[in-house]
Design a protein around this ligand. Structure first.
Ligand SMILES: [Co+2]
Length: 191
């Protein structure tokens, strides 16, 4: 706040623009945006290929990018590969698709331990990977950020994009959750 008041006092930043930015990330942007991207990728192989090839451009094609100009790479989980996102230096995070990072993502414990013991950290999140699954840790920096494309869970065959969106979680898109198989009927969503 001290920094903010100095910058406003010197006319370097406009308080209205700052307020709009904070409101935008607090209200309009969040994991529901990433969930839309994931659900579309699960149902549209052509889009999925573009997304994995050039995440930044594919997101722009959906109108996602906003004021953050950094590149976003999408990494896809599979039965043989598990991806996990961190920022070891600070708290770089793919804001346009996930909003603001959770507090644990910013914690020194997560940031330091993921780099040396990713399987141990995943275990604490409830994920036990067999030894033949390769773990990839992606260290975000200011101009290169990452989002995980989780595997589509079993039991969602025939679901609409809107129905699929409801089961995609923030943690699954960071790589600290694996989406559980679904049983029963698809969720009801507004068309
Ligand atoms: Co950072």
């Amino acid at each position: 706040m001290a920094l903010e008041s100095v910058l406003i006092g010197k006319g370097i930043i406009d308080p209205a623009a700052l307020a709009a930015l904070v409101e935008h990330y607090g209200r309009d942007v969040g994991p529901h945006i990433g969930a839309k991207v994931v659900a579309r990728a699960w149902t549209d192989p052509e889009f999925c290929a573009e997304l994995l090839e050039n995440g930044t451009d594919a997101l722009w094609s959906m109108g996602i990018g906003g004021v953050l100009t950094s590149m976003i790479k999408i990494v896809a989980n599979s039965p043989t590969d598990h991806h996990l996102v961190v920022c070891t230096l600070c708290s770089c995070y793919p804001w346009p698709v996930l909003g603001l990072p959770p507090s644990w993502y910013k914690s020194p414990e997560y940031r330091s331990r993921v780099a040396v013991d990713p399987r141990g950290v995943l275990k604490e999140f409830g994920i036990e990977l067999s030894d033949d699954v390769k773990v990839h840790v992606w260290d975000s920096i200011a101009d290169q950020r990452y989002m995980v494309l989780p595997e589509r869970p079993a039991g969602t065959e025939g679901w609409s994009i809107e129905q699929l969106e409801t089961i995609v979680t923030r943690n699954a898109m960071i790589g600290t959750e694996i989406l559980a198989p679904q049983s029963g009927t698809a969720p009801e969503v507004q068309a």
